[in-house]
Design a protein around this ligand. Structure first.
Ligand code: AP5
Ligand code: MG
Length: 197
């Protein structure tokens, strides 16, 4: 099984790259933002989720942890999972670790897409012209970045300590970033295939 986390600030390209990775490696693409947006349309929790997403705050941990857990445990014929936008803080990361331990699996690699706040904001504002996303506007973007810095970026150290981080320059074009991700995954294979002594 291959389990990957695509990490990075808002607008870094997590969704774009996760979807390419999912297709290429036959993985399930689990986007916490998309899961929440879907739940917002259909689920009873809609109003609550809307309040958080519209202001750029993280939804409460127990809510997203429950949604992700159900999705991870769902039977699937894919070769693993690529996470996009999850985990977002240490609590979510340790819950994910436990969940995978129960499945006797683990997160193999965390791809950290690096992008400056300025470039990311430009991308998001451009997308906001057509996306219909209520958080793709100047005011909410600032808050999304604040939340990323204070609550999500500390996860980098958490995964760094586990030797799982691969840093990639997210400002390069989509194809170049994807090529770099593929190289990271390939070298992962090489490591995994080394004979056990
Ligand atoms: P979420 O949906 O995860 O949004 P985000 O992290 O703010 O990131 P985006 O989806 O805006 O950007 P992305 O990195 O996916 O980039 P993309 O590929 O789209 O979260 C939204 C909200 O949901 C949160 O604020 C929170 O309320 C809630 N939430 C989500 N997860 C949660 C969690 N785990 N816990 C609690 N709450 C949670 O690219 C951006 C744009 O740039 C696109 O237009 C794309 O076409 C373009 N682009 C992509 N790559 C490139 C490139 N290389 N060059 C040029 N343009 C590019
Ligand atoms: Mg996204």
């Amino acid at each position: 099984m291959l389990n990957i986390v695509i990490f990075g600030p808002p607008g870094a390209g997590k969704g774009t790259q996760a979807s390419l990775v999912a297709k290429k490696y036959n993985l399930r693409h689990l986007s916490s933002g998309d899961l929440l947006r879907l739940e917002r349309e259909n689920g009873e929790l809609g109003d609550k989720i809307k309040k958080y997403q519209d202001s750029g705050q993280l939804v409460p941990d127990q809510l997203i942890i429950k949604l992700i857990k159900a999705a991870v445990l769902k039977k699937s014929s894919t070769a693993g999972i690529v996470f996009d936008g999850y985990p977002r803080n240490i609590k979510q990361a340790s819950s994910l670790k436990k969940l995978f331990q129960e499945k006797r699996e683990e997160i193999d690699v965390v791809i950290n897409l690096k992008l400056s706040a300025e470039k990311a904001a430009q991308r998001i504002l451009l997308r906001g012209q057509t996306s219909g996303r209520s958080d793709d506007n100047k005011k909410v973007i600032l808050n999304r970045f604040r939340v990323y810095k204070s609550q999500t970026a500390p996860l980098l150290e958490y995964y760094q300590n586990q030797g799982k981080i691969v840093n990639i320059d997210g400002s390069l074009d989509v194809e170049t970033v994807f090529n770099k991700i593929q190289s990271a995954i390939t070298s992962l294979d090489t490591v995994n295939k080394k004979p056990h002594i």
